[in-house]
Design a protein around this ligand. Structure first.
Ligand SMILES: Nc1ncnc2c1ncn2[C@@H]1O[C@H](COP(=O)(O)OP(=O)(O)O)[C@@H](O)[C@H]1O
Ligand SMILES: [Mg+2]
Length: 209
């Protein structure tokens, strides 16, 4: 049986990741491709428990290093228990955030060395990388307005950081796309949902059976 494809959806707060990951699964299903939708941090029982530790509480609840280790631990469990088994039985896996979010948030915006993050990933998750990473790019103000309309300002430990932090995150994703153009694709997500879904599908064209 052919191994499934692994696709991560990345981008800042309110970019439309959760919306598009579901729509993409429906679109793929219509083409006869069975995909599971999952998310990070979380996606497995253990990783969802770690998610609560990471997303709730005071901004400075964790040291930068401790936080990076928790993300790596959650990801390791998620990869071993959910992602690899699904890929192994030929399912596609659509993941709402993955390693590039850690590289952008804890790395570029948070000051943790990228090589250290990748070393933890090599150990915890056998260095698994997506076949394709789709970055939803929206102007910060658009993402912030969408997130505000969605949850009325009750942001998690990362959403509530300042403009500089979020600008660093956005710049990091653009840098990753330049560095790995084959894997990482930027999508203009400021458009209507149908147009964005079509753009995402177009970026998967070469992976489709
Ligand atoms: N292309 C779009 N145009 C307008 N609103 C959108 C679009 N995509 C998503 N939204 C809305 O914006 C909000 C944030 O989307 P969501 O998918 O939760 O973003 P994320 O998961 O990236 O934080 C939701 O209320 C969603 O319905
Ligand atoms: Mg979301």
């Amino acid at each position: 049986m052919a191994r499934g494809r692994f696709v991560s959806i990345e981008g800042g707060e309110g970019a439309g990741k959760s919306t598009q990951v579901r729509r993409l699964a429906t679109t793929l299903a219509a083409r006869g491709i069975e995909a599971i939708v999952t998310r990070e941090p979380g996606g497995s029982e253990g990783a969802e428990a770690i998610r609560a530790l990471l997303m709730q509480g005071a901004i400075n609840r964790w040291s930068a290093h401790g936080e990076t280790l928790l993300f790596a631990a959650a990801r390791a469990d998620h990869v071993e228990k959910v992602i690899q088994p699904a890929l192994g039985i030929g399912r596609w896996v659509l993941c709402d955030r993955f390693i590039d979010s850690t590289r952008a948030y804890q790395g570029v915006a948070g000051g943790i060395d990228d090589a250290a993050i990748l070393a933890l990933h090599a150990f915890g998750s056998r260095g698994l990388l997506p076949d394709r990473t789709l970055v939803l790019d929206v102007p910060r103000a658009v993402g912030a307005a969408r997130a505000l309309a969605r949850d009325g300002g009750a942001g998690d430990r990362f959403a509530v950081r300042g403009t500089v932090f979020h600008d660093d995150v956005a710049a990091a994703f653009r840098r990753f796309a330049s560095a790995e153009p084959d894997r990482v694709r930027m999508i203009d997500a400021g458009r209507d949902v149908d147009t964005v879904t079509a753009a995402l599908l177009a970026e998967l064209a070469d992976l489709l059976p």
